[in-house]
Design a protein. Structure first.
Length: 289
Protein backbone atom coordinates (compact mmCIF):
# COMPACT_ATOMS: atom_id res chain seq x y z
CA UNK A 1 0.00 0.00 0.00
CA UNK A 2 1.29 3.44 -0.95
CA UNK A 3 2.08 5.49 2.20
CA UNK A 4 -0.17 8.46 2.85
CA UNK A 5 1.82 11.60 2.03
CA UNK A 6 2.38 14.08 4.82
CA UNK A 7 0.19 17.14 4.61
CA UNK A 8 0.90 20.69 5.72
CA UNK A 9 -1.34 23.62 6.58
CA UNK A 10 -0.72 27.24 5.78
CA UNK A 11 -2.94 29.92 7.31
CA UNK A 12 -2.70 33.60 6.48
CA UNK A 13 -4.55 36.88 6.81
CA UNK A 14 -3.83 40.27 5.32
CA UNK A 15 -5.49 43.47 4.11
CA UNK A 16 -8.04 42.84 1.36
CA UNK A 17 -6.64 43.37 -2.12
CA UNK A 18 -6.63 41.61 -5.51
CA UNK A 19 -4.28 38.65 -5.84
CA UNK A 20 -4.44 37.35 -2.28
CA UNK A 21 -5.61 33.87 -3.28
CA UNK A 22 -3.26 33.73 -6.23
CA UNK A 23 -0.13 34.61 -4.26
CA UNK A 24 -0.58 31.51 -2.08
CA UNK A 25 -1.94 29.01 -4.59
CA UNK A 26 0.51 29.98 -7.32
CA UNK A 27 3.44 29.59 -4.93
CA UNK A 28 2.25 26.10 -3.94
CA UNK A 29 1.81 25.16 -7.60
CA UNK A 30 5.27 26.38 -8.51
CA UNK A 31 6.75 24.38 -5.64
CA UNK A 32 5.03 21.21 -6.86
CA UNK A 33 2.46 20.88 -4.10
CA UNK A 34 -1.12 19.59 -4.42
CA UNK A 35 -3.94 21.38 -2.59
CA UNK A 36 -6.20 19.04 -0.63
CA UNK A 37 -8.46 21.65 0.92
CA UNK A 38 -8.84 25.39 0.66
CA UNK A 39 -11.02 27.92 2.49
CA UNK A 40 -10.99 31.68 2.22
CA UNK A 41 -13.06 34.60 3.46
CA UNK A 42 -12.95 38.29 2.69
CA UNK A 43 -14.38 40.45 5.46
CA UNK A 44 -15.63 43.42 3.48
CA UNK A 45 -16.65 45.25 6.65
CA UNK A 46 -13.10 45.19 8.01
CA UNK A 47 -11.17 44.91 4.72
CA UNK A 48 -9.40 41.80 5.97
CA UNK A 49 -8.76 38.59 4.02
CA UNK A 50 -8.35 35.11 5.54
CA UNK A 51 -7.18 31.88 3.93
CA UNK A 52 -6.41 28.32 5.04
CA UNK A 53 -4.88 25.75 2.69
CA UNK A 54 -4.02 22.14 3.40
CA UNK A 55 -1.53 20.78 0.87
CA UNK A 56 0.78 17.86 0.16
CA UNK A 57 3.65 16.89 -2.08
CA UNK A 58 3.07 14.16 -4.66
CA UNK A 59 6.80 13.45 -4.79
CA UNK A 60 8.99 11.59 -2.33
CA UNK A 61 11.20 14.65 -1.86
CA UNK A 62 11.56 15.53 1.83
CA UNK A 63 9.75 18.71 2.81
CA UNK A 64 12.24 21.47 3.58
CA UNK A 65 10.45 23.72 6.01
CA UNK A 66 13.20 26.34 6.23
CA UNK A 67 13.40 26.82 2.46
CA UNK A 68 9.63 26.90 2.16
CA UNK A 69 9.31 29.63 4.79
CA UNK A 70 12.11 31.75 3.38
CA UNK A 71 10.73 31.64 -0.16
CA UNK A 72 7.10 32.15 0.79
CA UNK A 73 7.93 35.09 3.06
CA UNK A 74 9.18 36.98 0.02
CA UNK A 75 5.78 36.60 -1.64
CA UNK A 76 3.73 37.12 1.52
CA UNK A 77 5.60 40.29 2.46
CA UNK A 78 4.29 42.07 -0.61
CA UNK A 79 0.74 41.55 0.69
CA UNK A 80 1.51 42.28 4.37
CA UNK A 81 0.47 38.74 5.20
CA UNK A 82 0.59 37.36 8.70
CA UNK A 83 0.99 33.64 8.19
CA UNK A 84 1.80 30.36 9.90
CA UNK A 85 2.81 26.92 8.68
CA UNK A 86 1.90 23.70 10.46
CA UNK A 87 2.37 20.00 9.81
CA UNK A 88 -0.52 17.56 10.12
CA UNK A 89 1.83 15.00 11.67
CA UNK A 90 2.31 17.13 14.79
CA UNK A 91 0.11 16.15 17.71
CA UNK A 92 -0.99 19.14 19.78
CA UNK A 93 -0.36 18.85 23.52
CA UNK A 94 -3.66 19.50 25.30
CA UNK A 95 -3.91 20.00 29.06
CA UNK A 96 -7.43 19.46 30.39
CA UNK A 97 -8.83 21.19 33.47
CA UNK A 98 -11.95 19.81 35.14
CA UNK A 99 -13.86 19.92 38.42
CA UNK A 100 -16.47 17.25 39.28
CA UNK A 101 -18.64 17.06 36.15
CA UNK A 102 -17.05 14.36 34.02
CA UNK A 103 -19.10 14.29 30.79
CA UNK A 104 -16.89 16.60 28.72
CA UNK A 105 -13.71 14.98 30.05
CA UNK A 106 -15.08 11.51 29.26
CA UNK A 107 -15.93 12.56 25.73
CA UNK A 108 -12.52 14.10 25.08
CA UNK A 109 -10.74 11.05 26.50
CA UNK A 110 -12.80 8.73 24.31
CA UNK A 111 -11.96 10.74 21.20
CA UNK A 112 -8.31 10.80 22.27
CA UNK A 113 -8.25 7.07 22.95
CA UNK A 114 -9.83 6.14 19.61
CA UNK A 115 -7.73 8.60 17.60
CA UNK A 116 -10.70 10.73 16.62
CA UNK A 117 -8.84 13.67 18.16
CA UNK A 118 -5.19 13.35 17.15
CA UNK A 119 -3.73 14.91 20.28
CA UNK A 120 -1.55 14.22 23.28
CA UNK A 121 -2.89 14.81 26.80
CA UNK A 122 0.12 15.24 29.08
CA UNK A 123 -1.89 16.29 32.15
CA UNK A 124 -5.33 16.60 33.69
CA UNK A 125 -5.69 19.24 36.39
CA UNK A 126 -8.57 19.42 38.86
CA UNK A 127 -9.55 21.21 42.03
CA UNK A 128 -11.20 17.95 43.19
CA UNK A 129 -9.86 14.37 43.52
CA UNK A 130 -13.00 12.72 42.10
CA UNK A 131 -11.77 11.94 38.57
CA UNK A 132 -8.30 10.70 39.44
CA UNK A 133 -9.12 7.05 38.66
CA UNK A 134 -10.46 8.00 35.23
CA UNK A 135 -7.19 9.73 34.41
CA UNK A 136 -5.20 6.80 35.84
CA UNK A 137 -7.11 4.34 33.64
CA UNK A 138 -5.97 6.35 30.62
CA UNK A 139 -2.40 6.57 31.88
CA UNK A 140 -2.52 10.36 32.17
CA UNK A 141 -0.97 12.27 35.11
CA UNK A 142 -3.64 13.79 37.35
CA UNK A 143 -2.91 16.86 39.41
CA UNK A 144 -5.27 17.55 42.29
CA UNK A 145 -4.85 21.21 43.19
CA UNK A 146 -7.49 22.37 45.69
CA UNK A 147 -8.39 26.03 45.58
CA UNK A 148 -9.91 28.61 47.87
CA UNK A 149 -10.16 32.37 47.76
CA UNK A 150 -7.05 32.64 49.92
CA UNK A 151 -4.98 30.08 47.98
CA UNK A 152 -6.03 31.03 44.43
CA UNK A 153 -2.77 32.83 43.48
CA UNK A 154 -0.70 29.92 44.75
CA UNK A 155 -2.92 27.34 43.03
CA UNK A 156 -2.85 29.16 39.70
CA UNK A 157 0.94 29.44 39.90
CA UNK A 158 1.09 25.65 40.17
CA UNK A 159 -1.36 25.27 37.29
CA UNK A 160 0.71 27.58 35.12
CA UNK A 161 3.90 25.68 35.97
CA UNK A 162 2.30 22.40 34.87
CA UNK A 163 1.11 23.97 31.62
CA UNK A 164 4.63 25.26 30.94
CA UNK A 165 6.30 21.98 31.90
CA UNK A 166 3.98 20.12 29.52
CA UNK A 167 4.70 22.64 26.76
CA UNK A 168 0.95 22.71 26.22
CA UNK A 169 -0.37 24.05 22.93
CA UNK A 170 -3.91 24.25 24.28
CA UNK A 171 -5.72 24.23 27.62
CA UNK A 172 -9.30 22.95 27.68
CA UNK A 173 -11.61 23.89 30.53
CA UNK A 174 -13.86 20.83 30.41
CA UNK A 175 -16.35 22.13 32.97
CA UNK A 176 -13.70 23.55 35.27
CA UNK A 177 -15.94 25.40 37.68
CA UNK A 178 -13.51 28.08 38.78
CA UNK A 179 -13.11 31.62 37.46
CA UNK A 180 -9.59 32.22 36.21
CA UNK A 181 -7.80 35.34 37.37
CA UNK A 182 -7.11 38.20 34.97
CA UNK A 183 -3.43 37.28 35.00
CA UNK A 184 -4.14 33.67 34.04
CA UNK A 185 -6.58 34.76 31.32
CA UNK A 186 -3.88 36.97 29.86
CA UNK A 187 -1.32 34.16 29.89
CA UNK A 188 -3.76 31.79 28.18
CA UNK A 189 -5.11 34.25 25.61
CA UNK A 190 -5.82 32.43 22.38
CA UNK A 191 -4.80 29.04 23.76
CA UNK A 192 -7.54 28.12 26.26
CA UNK A 193 -11.07 26.98 25.40
CA UNK A 194 -14.03 27.01 27.78
CA UNK A 195 -17.50 25.46 27.47
CA UNK A 196 -20.74 26.55 29.08
CA UNK A 197 -24.46 26.00 28.61
CA UNK A 198 -26.45 28.40 26.47
CA UNK A 199 -28.77 29.41 29.29
CA UNK A 200 -26.45 32.27 30.17
CA UNK A 201 -26.98 35.08 30.87
CA UNK A 202 -30.70 34.46 31.45
CA UNK A 203 -30.37 31.68 34.02
CA UNK A 204 -27.30 32.24 36.15
CA UNK A 205 -26.07 30.53 39.27
CA UNK A 206 -27.15 27.19 40.67
CA UNK A 207 -29.72 24.87 39.05
CA UNK A 208 -30.01 26.74 35.72
CA UNK A 209 -32.01 23.94 34.12
CA UNK A 210 -34.59 24.15 36.89
CA UNK A 211 -34.86 27.88 36.26
CA UNK A 212 -35.21 27.21 32.54
CA UNK A 213 -37.87 24.55 33.14
CA UNK A 214 -39.91 26.97 35.22
CA UNK A 215 -39.85 29.41 32.28
CA UNK A 216 -40.82 26.77 29.74
CA UNK A 217 -37.63 27.04 27.71
CA UNK A 218 -37.74 25.69 24.14
CA UNK A 219 -34.04 25.69 23.19
CA UNK A 220 -31.05 24.10 24.91
CA UNK A 221 -27.50 24.56 23.73
CA UNK A 222 -23.85 25.20 24.51
CA UNK A 223 -21.10 27.65 23.60
CA UNK A 224 -17.37 26.96 23.28
CA UNK A 225 -15.18 30.04 23.31
CA UNK A 226 -11.68 31.23 24.01
CA UNK A 227 -11.05 32.29 27.58
CA UNK A 228 -10.97 36.00 28.25
CA UNK A 229 -11.05 38.28 31.27
CA UNK A 230 -14.74 38.95 30.53
CA UNK A 231 -16.37 35.91 32.12
CA UNK A 232 -17.98 33.62 29.50
CA UNK A 233 -17.69 36.35 26.87
CA UNK A 234 -14.53 35.36 24.99
CA UNK A 235 -14.41 34.97 21.20
CA UNK A 236 -16.90 32.24 20.22
CA UNK A 237 -15.59 29.21 18.34
CA UNK A 238 -18.55 26.86 18.19
CA UNK A 239 -22.17 26.69 19.34
CA UNK A 240 -24.73 23.92 19.40
CA UNK A 241 -28.47 24.04 19.97
CA UNK A 242 -31.44 21.66 19.97
CA UNK A 243 -35.14 22.19 20.47
CA UNK A 244 -36.95 20.90 23.55
CA UNK A 245 -40.58 21.08 24.64
CA UNK A 246 -42.95 20.70 27.59
CA UNK A 247 -42.08 16.99 27.90
CA UNK A 248 -38.58 17.80 29.12
CA UNK A 249 -38.27 17.92 32.90
CA UNK A 250 -35.22 19.61 34.49
CA UNK A 251 -33.19 16.38 34.51
CA UNK A 252 -34.02 15.83 30.83
CA UNK A 253 -32.92 19.36 29.96
CA UNK A 254 -29.68 18.84 31.84
CA UNK A 255 -29.01 15.53 30.04
CA UNK A 256 -29.64 17.16 26.67
CA UNK A 257 -27.37 20.03 27.67
CA UNK A 258 -24.54 17.66 28.60
CA UNK A 259 -24.71 15.95 25.21
CA UNK A 260 -24.56 19.28 23.38
CA UNK A 261 -21.69 20.50 25.56
CA UNK A 262 -19.63 17.42 24.64
CA UNK A 263 -20.21 17.81 20.91
CA UNK A 264 -19.67 21.56 20.92
CA UNK A 265 -16.45 21.38 22.95
CA UNK A 266 -14.92 18.58 20.87
CA UNK A 267 -15.77 20.50 17.69
CA UNK A 268 -14.01 23.59 19.04
CA UNK A 269 -10.94 21.59 20.07
CA UNK A 270 -10.79 19.98 16.63
CA UNK A 271 -10.98 23.36 14.90
CA UNK A 272 -8.16 24.69 17.07
CA UNK A 273 -5.75 21.78 16.61
CA UNK A 274 -6.44 21.73 12.85
CA UNK A 275 -5.63 25.45 12.63
CA UNK A 276 -9.10 26.39 11.40
CA UNK A 277 -9.55 29.43 13.64
CA UNK A 278 -8.47 33.02 13.14
CA UNK A 279 -8.77 35.53 15.96
CA UNK A 280 -10.47 38.58 14.52
CA UNK A 281 -10.85 41.25 17.20
CA UNK A 282 -13.53 40.03 19.59
CA UNK A 283 -14.71 37.49 17.04
CA UNK A 284 -13.32 34.47 15.25
CA UNK A 285 -13.22 33.31 11.66
CA UNK A 286 -13.68 29.51 11.69
CA UNK A 287 -13.19 27.34 8.62
CA UNK A 288 -14.99 24.16 9.63
CA UNK A 289 -14.88 21.03 7.51
Amino acid sequence: MKPVPQTHIITADCPSRPGTVDVVTRFLYEQGFYINEIHSFDDTAEDRFFIRIEFRSDTETEFNRENFCQEFEQRAGEFEMQWQLASSSYKSKVVIMVSKHDHCLNDLLYRYRTGDLDIEIPAIISNHPDLKELAKWHGIPYYHLPISKETKPEQEAKVWQIIQDCEADLVVLARYMQVLSSDMCEKLAGKAINIHHSLLPGFKGARPYYQAYDRGIKLVGATAHYVSDDLDEGPIISQGVETVDHCYYPQDLAAKGRDIECLTLSRAVRCHIEHRIFMHGKKTVVFSK
